[in-house]
Design a protein around this ligand. Sequence first.
Ligand code: FMN
Length: 161
Amino acid sequence: MSNPTCLKIHMAKILLVSGSVFGAALLTADEIETALNDASHTVERPDPQTIEALTDESVDYLVVCTSTTGSGDVPDDLLPLYTGLRTEYPRITHLKYVVVALGDSSYDHFCGAGVTMDESLADLGAQQIKAPLKLDALEVTEPEEIAPAWVVAAIDEHIAS
Ligand SMILES: Cc1cc2nc3c(=O)[nH]c(=O)nc-3n(C[C@H](O)[C@H](O)[C@H](O)COP(=O)(O)O)c2cc1C
């Protein structure tokens, strides 16, 4: 008897959070959401962005898309989640994650917020599936054109591995 053709469709439940001051990272997150939906994944964007959403064990992947403000600082809209990670130590060992970091290499702490988020998640045992994508505003004027395909590829490659 011949084997039936087996079509495997992998869909993941993905949590998407963003940190933005002037809108570039927010627009990039919007485009990431669209691309993930187009790739048949389920995307949730928690409102408010707090650690409660991260502790939902039905979530497969976390995508963080953040710019950097101040001197390597996390934008205000991502601050409750970042502070929660650093002060409440939530249980997030089930999470696999990627970080998209928007920054500007003319600043001392290039992509500091993305680096900080990456370290905070890893410190709590979440699994980084790919090193952060760092997008330098001096070189990349439209991060929303680059990040979505990178995120979809990172997650789909991880699912397939
Ligand atoms: C006041 C200010 C401070 C910034 N500080 C940093 C920084 O410390 N490190 C960095 O990589 N980029 C820094 N940036 C650059 C922004 O992160 C970058 O322009 C980003 O694309 C802005 O995204 P947004 O529109 O989502 O806020 C700073 C920008 C401004 C205006």
